[in-house]
Ligand binder design. Structure first.
Ligand code: ATP
Length: 359
């Protein structure tokens, strides 16, 4: 549906130039909920604005269904946008807010009104058509903004942090609502957020961005289970990182930690070329803890802290002066905690859970 090819965007020039996007390529498919996720300033809004036509690329091309868009102004693109500040017209009723854009497109008043009713039904606010925006809650206003943006049946809807002004509970409800709207309308949604949970909950695929580049594109599960970069593993969910030197090669490779212990990398899919030093990542819920002295080849550690969270318990474990790990263990049967502060433990890292990461 959308294809960005080697897109760069620079603001300003000379020593004050900001390279907001640096050689970004991405394909966004028809019908998908695609999310651009990254910290403030990584360039996600810039990429969205380039797709919408609000900015011009410095280099590269953006195409919609194979047609290069670079010179097409925003209003000629079959693309609509919902911003964080939903900017409803305060002096118009809810229904007029929705029909306004349609009438501008020379759709008859009768057809526009019919379409507005459909849209109000879609966002489940049929009974609110005659109200003023000021008589609606924040969540309701945002749903009207969505109804307005969906009314002309765009091929693509761009959403720039549309939920960030809402409180947590409403935001969670709207996440489900947005996903439902996308599925029911079949419109391609391109969503921008810095909230990893939001991205995981709604997206078909996520592009993780850092400093004007896309580091990884994948399904929420891909991104969480198989991060390629340390940054990705760190930004999405919790991760342990172990840094050390690679000793031996191939099937017998081990990561030698600074304190002298080794982590076997046998059967670990490395993906990248292992050089002299490497970083591996493993999610806290994938560590397996055993009583000390029961597992010969395991890492040895000491429990430094135990934090009870109801559904699970998090153990802070010291391995050596420079290495600490988090282990998260589910509390399945409500029984007392298996390990206490000060206990020594053996820790096994399943090969299938270890990721060798680009630093
Ligand atoms: P946020 O989550 O804070 O909105 P973002 O990831 O959306 O961040 P962008 O808004 O795309 O980031 O900005 C990327 C970089 O480009 C930032 O360093 C920003 O300061 C800069 N930038 C964006 N717009 C302009 C502009 N019009 N003029 C100059 N610099 C800009």
């Amino acid at each position: 549906m959308i294809s960005a090819r080697s897109v760069s965007k620079r603001f300003g020039s000379g020593t004050h130039a900001v390279h907001a996007l640096d050689d970004v390529s991405v394909d966004i498919f028809q019908n998908e909920f695609f999310t651009m996720l990254g910290p403030s300033g990584c360039g996600k809004t810039t990429l969205l604005r380039l797709i919408g036509g609000f900015e011009q690329t410095t280099a590269g091309e953006i195409a919609l269904e194979g047609r290069v868009l670079n010179d097409l102004p925003p209003f000629k693109r079959p693309i609509n946008t919902v911003f964080q500040s939903y900017a409803l017209f305060p002096h118009l009723t809810v229904r007029q807010n929705i029909t306004f854009g349609l009438e501008m497109q020379n759709i008859s008043r009768h057809d526009a009104s019919k379409r507005a009713d459909e849209m109000l039904e879609l966002v489940r606010l049929s009974q609110f058509g005659d109200r003023q925006p000021s008589q609606l809650s924040g969540g309701q206003q945002q749903r009207i903004a969505l109804a307005r943006a969906l009314a002309p049946a765009p091929k693509v809807l761009l959403l720039d942090e549309p939920l960030s002004a809402l409180d947590l509970k409403l935001r969670k409800e709207m996440q489900i609502e947005l996903k439902r709207l996308q599925t029911e309308t079949g419109i391609t949604f391109v969503f921008v957020t810095h909230d990893q949970e939001e991205a995981l909950a709604m997206s078909d695929r996520i592009a993780v961005m850092k400093s004007g580049k896309i580091l990884q594109i994948g399904t929420p599960r891909d991104i969480y289970e198989t991060p390629t970069h340390r940054f990705v593993a760190d930004f999405i969910g919790d991760s342990n990182f172990l840094q050390g030197d690679i000793k031996q090669n191939g099937a017998h490779a081990v990561l030698a930690l600074p304190g002298g212990q080794n982590v076997s990398l046998a059967n670990v899919e490395t993906g990248i070329h292992l050089s002299q030093s490497a970083t591996i990542g493993i999610r806290p819920e994938r560590l397996i803890l055993h009583p000390a002295g029961t597992h010969n080849t395991a890492l040895r550690g000491k429990i430094a802290d135990v934090v009870y969270f109801g559904t699970d318990t998090t153990y802070h474990i010291t391995i050596d002066d420079q290495t600490a790990l988090l282990a998260r263990v589910q509390n399945r049967d409500g029984s007392t905690m298996a390990f206490a502060k000060g206990n020594n433990v053996d820790i096994t890292l399943p090969a299938g859970a270890i990721r060798v990461l680009v630093d």
